[in-house]
Design a protein around this ligand. Structure first.
Ligand code: CS2
Ligand code: MG
Length: 395
């Protein structure tokens, strides 16, 4: 079997997605997701200009060898653009292999370890009453666990929830002290309204120092969070030692990480409880499976990043992994617009707050290329965040 063509499809059915379609001489095709929110054209060009020419004529069954040759062969390693591009290839090759086998991908990853994949959804509001309504809406959607994000008095926007839009980044504002005072009150209100049983999560979106994160984790202990996410930027992995020493609030990190090296200290010193990387940004199904197996040795679980900017192709890959691995924790599922579901018809289902990949061979996702072409790429940026004196801060 040989790869005879590979094309990159950019489409924006509400937001941008980058999809790689790999075609073989036997007519079997595979899809991979390389969407990099706000930097889509860079991932598309890396694929189109530097990877596709190398794929033509190669054997699609040699997934590990292809991955290693793209990773090591480029000499320049790691980074989100490189790893999103490699992820799309790896995922498309797994899709092809599973289609040839006539099996849903999870069967090739060891088969099902559970009946279905549990999720969490997003609730947010500018103030507490609006937030409580949003939690109610997510519960009505069936979500068994909920991420809670709330407005901070004095700040213009609810952080971390803005879609990427426009030809220039939107500028948001930030005040850490006000945030640290607000969030425990928010969780107090949510627990009072919904009781002790509902699993609640919170995303600090890389905005705190280790010391501030330690304080927040401690202040949130009475509210029994499922996790506190991205409490620091965590490039400084050792910084998490300080956080861990001061709080038992579970910690989840990693949506911006793209290799296992970013996790080395975090995992071996058990400084976190959940690894958050996505198939789409971590080099594909192959390395993410290895990360989960590594994390399992330290009782750390999976929690694959699943915002709207992971396409249904990347989401399907996550669901297959989530069904198969033993140390599954939870799957983020922000869902997609109806138009996105139509551009990427898929076998996976979301029922009663749980996902299942379905039984279609491969990933179980198709691409309606005509519909995709009718919704072309639109330039967009994630927001930039500034402190009130104008200093740029982590977003
Ligand atoms: C967020 C993301 O899902 C999450 O936890 O942190 O929405 C993130 O902001 C976006 O994926 C950025 O593209
Ligand atoms: Mg996050």
């Amino acid at each position: 079997m040989k790869i005879v063509d590979a094309t990159v499809v950019l489409t924006s059915p509400g937001r941008n997605f980058v999809t790689l379609k790999v075609e073989t001489d036997e007519g079997v095709t595979g899809l991979g997701d390389a969407t990099l929110n706000g930097r889509e054209l860079a991932a598309a060009a890396y694929l189109r200009d530097h990877i596709v020419p190398l794929l033509l004529g190669t054997d699609p069954h040699r997934i590990e060898d292809t991955w290693q040759s793209l990773y090591r062969g480029a000499y320049w390693r790691r980074g989100p653009v490189t790893m999103a591009a490699i992820a799309a290839v790896d995922t498309a090759l797994w899709d092809i292999k599973a289609k040839v086998a006539g099996l849903p991908l999870y069967q090739l990853l060891g088969g099902a370890s559970r009946e279905r994949v549990g999720t969490y959804g997003h609730a947010g509001g500018r103030d507490i009453p609006e937030l409580l309504d949003s939690v109610r809406a997510r519960l009505a959607d069936g979500y068994p666990a909920i991420r809670v994000q709330a407005g901070v008095p004095g700040l213009k926007r609810v952080y971390g929830v803005t879609s990427a839009t426009g030809r220039r980044p939107v500028v948001e504002d930030w005040d850490t002290a006000a945030y640290l005072r607000t969030i425990p009150k928010v969780f107090d209100a949510v627990r009072q309204e919904f009781g002790p049983d509902l699993p609640l999560l919170h995303d600090a979106h890389h905005r705190l120092t280790p010391n501030q994160a330690a304080r927040l984790g401690k202040d949130l202990e009475p509210y029994d969070l499922f996790w506190l996410e991205d409490c620091t930027p965590a490039e400084n992995q050792e910084g998490l030692r300080l956080v861990r020493r001061h709080t038992t609030t579970p910690l989840a990190i990693g949506e911006v990480f793209n290799t296992v090296f970013d996790y080395q200290t975090l995992v071996t010193e058990q400084l976190i409880d959940y690894v958050r990387s996505a198939v789409t940004h971590f080099g594909g199904v192959s390395p993410l499976k290895k990360l989960f197996d590594f994390a399992a040795q330290y009782q750390i679980k999976s929690a694959v990043h699943g915002p709207e900017d992971i396409s249904p192709v990347g989401m399907a890959a996550a669901i297959h992994l989530g069904l198969a691995i033993h140390n599954f924790g939870i799957q983020e599922y922000a869902g997609h617009t109806d138009l996105t579901h139509s551009v990427f018809p898929h076998a996976y289902t979301f029922t009663d707050g749980h996902l299942h990949p379905g039984q279609a061979p491969g990933l179980g996702v198709d691409l309606d290329e005509e519909l995709a072409a009718a919704h072309p790429y639109e330039p967009s940026y994630l927001p930039v965040n500034r402190l009130q004196d104008g200093t740029v801060h982590d977003w």
